[in-house]
Every structure is written in structure tokens, then in C-alpha cells.
Design a protein around this ligand. Structure first.
Ligand code: CO
Length: 362
């Protein structure tokens, strides 16, 4: 039901770039352009061929029933070759008289080589053609992201009720995951980060068997996946009573988070939003400890366009969803990150995460 406008947007983009035909193999891009919700899993063997006239979905027998059901009423023709689907797609392109084929920059090299050997004509590589279309979310995509964000908020609230000294990071991560899955998350959006004490100073610490101690930061970065769409949120607690140093770092990061959210608006360059939040941390002497970009787009993938960082070339488009996640990481001591999911609108940013941001001592 969503395929037609998406295909139209992709075709406009292909025409602008002078592309005759594209063979998509990235799972999130295929899921997006087909609009097939119940066909894709991470192991799927499939390809989508798009030209100004053609929309063909190639897969194998394991997915044929699901694909044929999903394609009813859409512009997609389903092909289930007995042989390699790339051989079949290239043979059909030859019959159609197509002499130039584009592949995505993300295609694995072995597959690139195989398709190059099969296709009669020239191959070119294009970057981000579907990803750029995917930035702007349709209302039902926004609803799914909002549902995923609500699950994240509820999981945080659940964990606040049980976390404490003596638990391991892994136990907390499992509580988050189990809560989200039990309450409607198809999967977790990514492996949660539960980082305590000195581990919280590593921006992407992951999870260990470290026992959480009193007087430490505990950083929780996690997300749900609802009907394919991700959420992403980070909160940082203090276990026990916060010291002045804990409070100073947390307050600076919160101010940067709020300034960053305040700078979100359709049309604003991602690097300008990053600069606003970064300036807050620099003014407080924490600039050197904010070592990553301010945020990233979120949708079918946990990291997608636009980028919101110092070197970003993207502008925020109306309907995009981005994270705003400043952090300060003091090696050997600990770190704080406060991350919210924000929908980009004409008048500003609409925050989708509603968990408390003030410093929680637990
Ligand atoms: Co994030």
C-alpha cells in the first residue's frame, strides 16, 4: 500500500542521476521500496529491480508465498527463479534492452563481482539513493517510531524500579530487552549499552559482567523495534548519592541536549545543530570530552540519514527523525550521555522520548 509513492520518489531520483536501472540488495532499502512488511528477515535472499517502467522483486522459494501475498495490489511483479536470482535479473535486463545497471555502494564485493560478470553492459555504483528518500517519514512510519519510543520509555521506567548496586550490567540489559520484547517489540533495535562507573566513560561500552557499584554513573542506551522501526534513547543515572562532579557533568550534558533539541528545525544543516550543542559543552570546559557527533537519523535502521555532526553535509528535512545525544566522557571516572529521539518539523523539533532527563539518584 506504500509502494507507489516510494517507487515514484525513487524513480525521480534515478532520472535526476541519469540511472537507467537499479538492482537493490540492501534489506532495509528493499523493505522500504516494496512496502512488504511481512516478507523480510535479515537472512532473506532477494533483489529489487527498478527502471522507469519495471518493478520486479526476485526472491527464492522460501519467501515466495509471503512475497506473492504482499505484492497483491502493488506495482511489484514477483519472480521466483530456480537458479540464482542475479542471473535471472541480468538475463531479463538483457531482454529488456537495458545496457547500464546501477548497484548500491553498500553491495558486498563478492556479489558486486558476480553481478558484474552476469550483466551484459556497464555497471555503476550509486550511493544513498533510497536512503535519501527514506529520510522523510510518512505518517504511519512516524507512528511506528513513536510506538517504539513509548516502549523504550516504559522499559526505562521498569528498570528504574529494579536497578541497584550489586546487579551486573548484563542483568540490567536483559531486563531492558525482555521488557521491550514482552511488550510488543519485534526485536531490540541494537544491543543495549549498560555501562557503569569507568565503563560509562566509553561512548560505546556495550555490556559486561561488571557489578554496578555505589557512587557511580550508570549509562543506559537502548532502543526497541516496532513493526520494523527503531527507537533510540540514552539516560544516565547515579547509583547512590550524586557528588558535585556528577551533578556538574550531568547538568552540562542536559543543557547541551536541550540546546540541540532547540536548534532542530526543517531546513537547518545537521552541522549547525551539532555546533549549538557543542558550544554549550565547550563553554563549560567539557568540549574535549564530547568525542562523537551529536546525532543520526533513525527509521528502519538504527543509524540512517541524516547525520547530525561536525562533518555532516545533510540538512534536516521536514519529516526526518533524528537523535540528539551529546555526551561527556571523562576517562577513568565516567561519562554521561542524554539522548532523545526528535521528529523534525517546519516549526521545530518534536521530542518523541518522554523519560525524565533530570539527574536520577537511585
Ligand atoms: Co543513538
Amino acid at each position: 500500500m506504500h509502494a507507489e509513492p516510494r517507487l515514484a520518489a525513487l524513480r525521480r531520483r534515478l532520472t535526476q542521476d541519469g540511472v537507467q536501472a537499479i538492482l537493490l540488495t540492501g534489506v532495509s532499502n528493499m523493505r522500504y521500496v516494496t512496502g512488504f512488511d511481512d516478507v523480510f528477515d535479515p537472512m532473506i535472499n532477494a533483489a529489487c529491480l527498478v527502471t522507469p517502467e519495471i518493478a520486479r522483486f526476485y526472491t527464492d522459494h522460501r519467501y515466495s508465498e509471503a512475497a506473492e501475498e504482499a505484492a497483491v495490489g502493488t506495482p511489484w511483479a514477483v519472480r521466483i527463479p530456480d537458479d540464482s536470482l542475479y542471473i535471472e535479473a541480468c538475463a531479463e535486463l538483457h531482454e529488456d534492452g537495458v545496457t547500464e545497471l546501477a548497484l548500491e555502494a553498500s553491495v558486498p564485493y563478492g556479489r558486486f563481482k558476480f553481478i558484474s560478470e552476469q550483466f551484459v553492459g556497464s555497471i555503476r555504483v550509486v550511493e544513498h539513493v533510497v536512503e535519501e528518500v527514506r529520510q522523510v517519514k510518512e505518517s504511519h512510519e512516524l507512528e511506528r517510531i513513536e510506538s517504539a519510543a513509548r516502549l523504550t520509555d516504559r522499559a526505562f521506567d521498569h528498570v528504574l524500579g529494579l536497578v541497584g548496586p550489586g546487579m551486573t550490567e548484563r542483568e540490567v540489559a536483559l531486563e531492558l530487552e525482555f521488557f521491550m520484547r514482552r511488550n510488543g517489540s519485534d526485536d531490540i533495535a541494537f544491543d543495549p549499552i549498560v555501562a557503569s562507573g569507568p565503563n560509562s566513560a566509553k561512548p560505546h561500552a556495550g555490556v559486561s559482567d561488571r557489578v554496578i557499584g555505589v557512587g557511580e554513573f550508570l549509562k543506559l542506551d537502548f532502543g526497541a523495534r516496532f513493526e520494523g522501526y527503531c527507537s533510540d534513547m540514552t539516560r544516565t543515572l547515579v547509583i547512590g548519592s550524586a557528588t558535585d562532579r556528577h551533578r556538574e557533568i550531568h547538568a552540562a550534558v542536559l543543557e547541551a541536549n536541550q540546546a540541540g533539541i532547540g536548534a532542530v528545525k526543517a531546513g537547518v544543516p545537521g552541522k549547525d545543530v551539532d555546533a549549538v550543542a557543542r558550544a554549550v559543552l565547550e563553554s563549560k570546559g567539557f568540549g574535549e570530552f564530547f568525542t562523537h557527533g551529536l546525532g543520526h537519523g533513525v527509521g528502519l535502521d538504527i543509524h540512517e540519514l541524516p547525520t547530525v555532526g561536525k562533518r555532516s553535509h545533510d540538512s534536516l528535512r521536514n519529516g526526518a527523525v533524528v537523535t540528539i545525544e551529546p555526551g561527556v566522557y571523562i576517562p577513568g571516572f565516567g561519562g554521561v550521555r542524554i539522548e532523545d529521539l526528535v521528529a523534525v518539523e517546519e516549526t521545530g523539533g518534536r521530542v518523541l522520548s518522554s523519560s525524565p532527563r533530570e539527574l536520577i539518584e537511585i
